[in-house]
Design a protein around this ligand. Structure first.
Ligand SMILES: [Fe+2]
Ligand SMILES: [Fe+2]
Length: 271
């Protein structure tokens, strides 16, 4: 009978829903059938001061990029987050907020207002800019050049043009932050809020701040949907891997700028 689940099918079904009343609210509990086991942990750890960095990296290696943007070496020994931060003179509270974004946890408003110094945030963001300009952009250009050798299709030309235009926009965005916005934020910090506010403002930065991740997602999807070059699968996969990695890091980057940096700057300006 259609719509009815046989007992054998029930074993294959991934979700078994149960309703539980907790604190007066109903939540839906999702359970895997007994014979389906996960190969690895599917949820990431919420990072706290006492966690061992080695375990965190083994669980989520994208934290290496987080360490790199903070200028922390990857030889983490058996150190906790707190020790590592203290050795590298980084406020652990700031580190934990940012590192948790890499593990998928969004900070609360209270967490952000507890950040005392914007310098580590600015330095993290500036290092990310260098990483995009000096590492990711040339890498993508290199793979695209390799693909171009075997492709002269209209689809490829369209994607290449999209890529060139997109990165011109990204480079302009990063230049603007490096040369105008961030120097103002540093001056504001050094003079404890006393600078010529007419020269620039957090408000202007907020209004000028554009979304550079959505177009990257478009580029990735253009590639996935339209570019049929079976012979270059290896290069295509490497190009896509780089795009996925860049997309992930850029999303976190934008969250830091909009949800962490701007509120902190507005707080200093309001003094
Ligand atoms: Fe930025
Ligand atoms: Fe930005």
């Amino acid at each position: 009978m259609s719509g009815q689940i046989k007992p054998s099918q029930a074993n294959v079904l991934i979700l078994i829903r149960k309703l539980h009343a907790i604190n007066g609210r109903y939540i839906m509990q999702l359970k895997l059938p007994l014979q389906i086991k996960t190969m690895y942990k599917t949820e990431k750890t919420y990072i706290t001061k006492d966690k061992k960095m080695l375990n965190l990296i083994n669980e989520n290696y994208s934290l290496l990029l987080c360490l790199q943007h903070f200028d922390i070496d990857f030889a983490v020994d058996n150190k906790t987050v707190e020790t590592l931060c203290s050795e590298n003179e980084i406020d652990p509270h700031t580190f934990i907020i940012i590192a948790n974004l890499y593990n998928g946890f969004f900070p609360g408003e209270n967490d952000i207002t507890k950040i005392k110094d914007i310098k580590p945030v600015l330095s993290f963001l500036k290092n990310s800019h260098s990483f995009y300009i000096e590492d990711k952009y040339p890498e993508l250009k290199y793979y695209l050049g390799k693909l171009k050798n075997n492709n002269s299709s209209k689809d490829f030309q369209m994607i290449e043009k999209f890529f060139v235009d997109y990165f011109e926009e990204v480079l302009e965005h990063l230049r603007y932050e490096d040369e105008i916005a961030f120097p103002y934020f540093y001056r504001l910090k050094e003079k404890d809020g006393v600078v010529d506010k007419k020269s620039f403002s957090a408000k202007e930065y907020r209004n000028h701040h554009t979304d550079i991740e959505t177009k990257l997602t478009d580029l990735k999807n253009l590639f996935l949907q339209h570019l049929k070059i079976k012979s270059d699968l290896n290069i295509k996969r490497k190009f896509l891997n780089t795009l996925f990695g860049l997309e992930f890091d850029l999303k976190i980057h934008s969250i830091i700028e909009e949800k962490v940096l701007i509120p902190l700057i507005e707080k200093i300006e309001g003094k």
